[in-house]
Every structure is written in structure tokens, then in C-alpha cells.
Ligand binder design. Structure first.
Ligand code: WQD
Length: 336
């Protein structure tokens, strides 16, 4: 029996592949390589001494999906594949709705046809919208302020309806907070295309000399130092959360939303200072106006994951930053 990881060549997907292979699971990666490098396969093999199956394909192609389900005996799916840039989603919303929502429905239909009804979905804390006060709890009302967030929310609703229609489905919607860090080998890590949207890859590229200085998006928020506060979680802890969720699917019918976060908040300037200490590099920055859509404080209430999955984070902020720096300094230009 195999596990299918759509988008398994990406940042979170590749780290999850490593955790699964390290537990002797048989893994099939399905990825269109739109936002990933095939070099990741070699790195995964270097880390685990195992080679996952890799199928280049697109969730928007029914034929591609039918082929992979016909060629492999898939027992469960972790669905990472999707476009994920908030800003870009406001510029090309139809691409986001087509790829993320239509592509996901495509996947779920092929899964049902092949009687594969165990699913872990890569959701996001972005579904909490901007009106909930942190710590964010799974029972809070959800909303979205951009097309990317809308697609995550729509897919969660689709999966809730699917589980209601057929009790054979076991589904977990994992709501990620802010994944950062890298595998301790430094062989795999976050490798955004172009100028990074997210804080950590941007800071890492300043530290390694690829970018000149960081723009801090506002220091006038109602937070201890005025800069944005987020719940940063080590990508390896996040990957282990997926393994725990997969194992739970065997006795958890229905559809369940679960936060994957540390429950702690860290500000932008705290991240900068921690990175300077870990790398020994200066991180020049300038304070600029707030970024549209940003809110002051976001962090998780993480008890449900502990209770339901027996999962909690193990790696602290210093490990997240040290591992980020090791990856970036060993790979100044990512996987190129
Ligand atoms: C973190 C903090 C910024 C960049 C996003 C998505 C979310 C999820 C995680 C997918 C904020 C500040 C950032 C910079 C800065 N992705 N910042 N200068 O916005 O919390 O969440 O990524 O699911 O959906 O919205 O993460 O890393 O962009 O920002 O000052 O150059 O860093 O204002 O306070 P965010 P981020």
C-alpha cells in the first residue's frame, strides 16, 4: 500500500516525504514541478537512503490522476498541491480557483472512484480571517480576505460536505501557522521563486547577501515592539504532525480541522535579532508602511492536536532559525 503526496516536491511536502520514508512508508510523489525543483528527489535520497516514487503530473488533469491511482495501490493521500501566494492570488484569482479548488475536486473524485477515502489536507491559519482574536481555536468562525484564503476555505467546506455525504471518508484539515526552518542536514529547505513574500526566506537571503535589506511592514501595531507577531513552527515538527494525522485516519471518521502551531507568538524584530545572533550576519532593515491585509497578532491554541493526534512541537525558535541559516548558507541559490 502506498501514500500519495500531491505537491510532495515542495517545501512542506518534501519534509513530510523524509519523515514518511524514515518510517519505512511507501511514498508516491505527484507534482507538476510548477513551484518545485526535481533536485529535491536526490536530496531526499541523500537524507533517507530511500527513493520515493515520483510521478510528474497535475491535479487539474483527470488523466494524470487516473494514471497514478491505476499504477499504485494508494491507501491515503496528503494533499499539498496548490498555488499559495496571497498577493499573486489577488492578481490572478481565476488561476487560484481553477488550480486549487477545481484541481482538488478532481483529486477527491478520483480518490472516491478508487475507494481511497483517507485524506490529510494542507489548510492554513489564513482561514481564521482578520476578526478572530488569538489564540485561534478550531471552533472559531472562518472567513477569507483574499482569493488564496478563499480557496483554502472552500476546500475545507467541500471536504466537510463530502464527509457528511459518505461516512467512509476520514479527513483532517491541518491549519498551518507559519512554517519555517529546514531539515537539520541542510539538504532541503524553503526555496521560493523570485523575491520571497514571506519573512524568513527574505531575511535568510539578506543574510546570505542575495538581497540588500529587509523591509519591515509596519512598527505601529498593537504588539510589544510594534511589529507583526506570528506563530512560527519548525517545518520538521509540521511534517511530523502529518505523520500523526495519517496514523489517526484509520480510526477517525468524519472531517476534522486541527491547528498546527506552537501556541507562541514572535515579532518581526525578534526574528531579525535571533537571526543575527544565529548567523553572525547583520540584517539591515528599514521600517516601511504596513502591508495590505496584514493583522497585528496571529498565534494558535494548539491543544486539539495534542489531544487528538498526540502531537506537539518539539523544536524551539533558535532551532528554527539555526536550521534555516544552515540550509541557506549551504545553498545560497537554493536548488539551482
Ligand atoms: C510574517 C510577518 C509581515 C515579509 C503568510 C500567508 C499565510 C501562510 C503563511 C500559506 C508579518 C512581516 C513579512 C517581509 C515583513 N501561507 N513581514 N517583511 O503573512 O503571517 O502568512 O504566510 O498558507 O497564508 O498569509 O507570513 O512571512 O508573509 O509575514 O515585515 O518582507 O512578517 O508583516 O507580520 P504571514 P509572512
Amino acid at each position: 500500500m502506498s501514500l500519495l503526496l500531491t505537491g510532495g516536491m515542495g517545501y512542506i511536502g518534501s519534509h513530510t516525504v523524509v519523515e514518511l520514508l524514515s518510517r519505512d512508508q511507501d511514498v508516491v510523489i505527484f507534482d507538476n514541478l510548477a513551484n518545485a525543483s526535481e533536485a529535491v528527489l536526490t536530496r531526499i535520497e541523500q537524507i533517507t537512503s530511500r527513493k520515493p516514487h515520483f510521478v510528474k503530473g497535475d491535479i487539474c488533469s483527470r488523466e494524470d490522476l487516473e494514471q497514478v491511482f491505476s499504477n499504485f495501490n494508494i491507501e491515503a493521500v496528503i494533499h499539498f498541491a496548490g498555488l499559495k501566494a496571497v498577493g499573486e492570488s489577488t492578481e490572478i484569482p481565476l488561476s487560484y480557483y481553477h488550480n486549487n479548488v477545481s484541481g482538488s475536486v478532481n483529486l477527491f473524485e478520483v480518490m472516491a472512484k478508487h475507494h481511497c477515502k483517507r485524506l490529510v489536507f494542507s489548510s492554513s491559519a489564513t482561514v481564521y480571517g482578520e476578526h478572530n482574536q488569538s489564540p485561534l481555536v478550531e471552533t472559531m468562525p472562518t472567513s477569507a480576505t483574499n482569493p488564496y484564503g478563499q480557496t483554502k476555505l472552500m476546500i475545507e467546506h467541500i471536504l466537510q460536505d463530502l464527509a457528511k455525504s459518505d461516512p467512509q471518508w476520514s479527513i483532517v484539515n491541518l491549519r498551518y501557522f507559519n512554517p519555517i526552518g529546514a531539515h537539520q542536514s541542510g539538504l532541503i529547505g524553503e526555496n521560493p521563486k523570485g523575491i520571497p513574500n514571506n519573512l524568513l526566506p527574505y531575511v535568510a537571503q539578506v543574510a546570505v547577501g542575495r538581497l540588500a535589506q529587509l523591509s519591515v511592514f509596519g512598527d505601529d501595531y498593537d504588539t510589544p515592539d510594534g511589529t507583526g507577531v506570528r506563530d512560527y513552527i519548525h517545518v520538521v515538527d509540521l511534517a511530523k504532525g502529518h505523520v500523526k494525522a495519517l496514523n489517526k485516519l484509520t480510526d477517525l471518521p468524519g472531517c476534522h480541522a486541527i491547528n498546527l502551531g506552537t501556541g507562541n507568538g514572535t515579532s518581526v524584530l525578534e526574528i531579525v535579532e535571533t537571526f543575527k545572533a544565529a548567523s553572525g550576519k547583520d540584517i539591515p532593515y528599514q521600517i516601511v508602511p504596513r502591508r495590505a491585509g496584514d493583522i497585528a497578532t496571529v498565534f494558535a491554541e494548539a491543544s486539539k492536536a495534542k489531544e487528538l493526534l498526540n502531537w506537539q512541537t518539539e523544536l524551539d525558535l533558535s532551532a528554527m532559525i539555526a536550521d534555516t541559516w544552515r540550509w541557506q548558507s549551504m545553498n545560497p541559490n537554493g536548488y539551482e
